[in-house]
Write a protein that binds this ligand. Structure first.
Ligand SMILES: [Zn+2]
Length: 206
């Protein structure tokens, strides 16, 4: 499939289950699901028809000089040819960003998670990290594994703790049962309040 100038970073997903074209945007990337056998002209026309929407999304990307919150500290974004952090400046290079932020976030998330785990008296659990698209964390009680989303770096510590305690509680109750929430609220009675942050979250699109 050729690339389309109006949206060069478009990822096209074709499937016979797709009945029509659907354009979506998630975390800085455009996706177009199309039915099988759609020709390029039709896609081009569809993108043209959605040009202003595409433009609008593009502009919400992080810009030079923007402020980004990372582990409850604010940083000025400065575009650079490498990603790193010095004092209160976040040097941003799209090529190296994902590996940089993973490197930066993993030890910090691990340390915080460990503090929370010990505070609530949970035994050791294996931790995994990833750039997940649709979950903040997950727990596999049978294997004693908890996975945390690297993007937790961008939310507040209170919100992160809510995710840690939620996943830890899954070690005792695998499902979102009444018993699960009883245990959860016993540990964090302001759990709902903490989770509100995720409702209207504007993650920096880096
Ligand atoms: Zn859950």
């Amino acid at each position: 499939m050729k690339s389309f100038p109006i949206c060069p970073d478009l990822k096209i997903v074709s499937s016979k289950r797709n009945k029509r074209m659907v354009l979506s945007y998630k975390e800085g990337r455009f996706f177009l699901s199309v039915p099988l056998f759609v020709d390029e002209k039709t896609i081009e026309a569809f993108l043209q028809a959605n040009a202003s929407w595409i433009q609008e999304k593009r502009e919400s990307k992080v810009k030079e000089g923007d402020t980004v919150f990372l582990f409850d500290r604010s940083y000025h974004v400065c575009f650079a040819d490498q990603s790193w952090i010095k004092d209160d400046t976040l040097f941003y290079d799209p090529q190296s960003w994902l590996s940089f932020i993973a490197h930066f976030a993993r030890p910090r998330l691990r340390q915080e998670f460990e503090e929370t785990r010990k505070k609530f008296g949970f035994p050791y659990v294996e931790l995994r990290f990833g750039h997940y698209r649709s979950k903040w964390g997950s727990c596999t009680p049978m294997k004693n594994i908890i996975a945390l989303n690297i993007k937790l770096a961008f939310v507040s510590k209170k919100a992160r703790e809510a995710i840690y305690v939620h996943e830890l509680t899954h070690l005792e109750e695998a499902n979102h049962s009444k018993a699960f929430y009883e245990r959860l609220y016993l540990r964090l009675d302001d759990y709902d309040e903490r989770m509100k942050e995720f409702k209207n979250l504007h993650l920096p699109l880096l």
